[in-house]
Design a protein around this ligand. Sequence first.
Ligand SMILES: *Cc1c(COP(=O)(O)O)cnc(C)c1O
Length: 425
Amino acid sequence: MDSFIYKDGKLFAEGVDVETIANEVGTPVYIYSKATFLDHLKKIQTAYADIDTTVCYSIKACGNINILKELAKAGSGFDIVSGGELYRAQQAGADMSKIVYAGVGKTDAEILDALNAGIGTFNIESEPELENLIALCKKHGKTTKAALRVNPDIKYDSHRHITTGVKETKFGIDIERAQKVFAKYNKNGVVEMSAIHVHLGSGGKTIEPYVNYVKKILPLVDELRSRGHTIDTLDLGGGYGADYESDTVPSAVDYAAGIVPLLKAANLKLILEPGKSIIANAAIMLTEVVFKKTGGEKTFVIVDAGMNDLIRPCLYEAFHFIWPAQVNEKYVPAKRTKGLTMPGTETVDVVGPICEGTDYFAKDRAMPPVVRGDLIAVFTAGAYGYTMASNYNARPMCPEVLVDRNQYKVIRKRQTYEDLIELEK
Ligand SMILES: *Cc1c(COP(=O)(O)O)cnc(C)c1O
């Protein structure tokens, strides 16, 4: 479900015509729907309600503090991967006990900040990291909890750049070694090792890989418990599917149906770290057609957003559904799918203005004909959209707008040219 819907051929974000927003704040602009991300969070919280579950939204997917505040108010914890994300969570008023901290290269300064903040759990990615955490706790008189990140070594279908759960990545510890690590460090006196963390990377479109992960981890939990370790929590990470195409991924209820019975039987608490399944389709990026150019066989729609504003197509060959924000009624898409064509559509490449061949949003894509000045929406832009944006080509970062029913507010202003050089003075 999301709240970007055409009414009389005009695209609305909840109750607001997106053209109104473009007229006031300009383009490009990210437009978020509060109802959408809160709905996704609620559905996850409800689906897993049968066991003790903490949902820790992954800040790296989209970290605007106004969005974090809304999620925190709705009971979300947070998955952080840096000192900067810890700061964002703190400023958003997050419950520190519901913070999990992952990342392969946590610095001493970052670890100390997190210890002082009293976060819930450190997700440990390597033995040297664990040794360092223990040493820092002892030195500063702190105690904390840790989960050991384990690689169950299950392959699944995803882009090679976003595969994390197999052997030979820099993340986590191979499952065979995990037991040795627990045995070696269990009695350290300051870091309570009571959880296992796994993370499947991103792109799961079925529940099987998650169920298989749990099934592969449970024997390890049994083994550790039989050796006297107290393991009470499984952190299943993130990577749950998001609707880049309409209705193509399992729902929270589907995932829970596979996962909850297994954890219940094993008497384990659950931590989930969803990022894109909460925020991806809670935003569009709205951009304006600057030129339309026909060269050789191809027609290019050149827009005012570039890969600096949304890099996913360039980085991951990611698919985003793209459609004009105002269309003749006959062109209102019933579903957002990869191969959508309709009589009268035009096949175009949608590209940005940046001097790189990879600066594109779509190739050979059918779209209703557009002209200079038209607005087009890049759908499902909420996750790894704004958080990966940059100032490349000295392009000021675009604004973010949050829609709440019939109201909207700018939650991040457009940068100015002065902003670009402010820190260089
Ligand atoms: C990136 C990440 C997530 C979130 O992944 P999504 O695909 O956005 O759900 C969760 N946990 C960890 C450890 C991550 O690195």
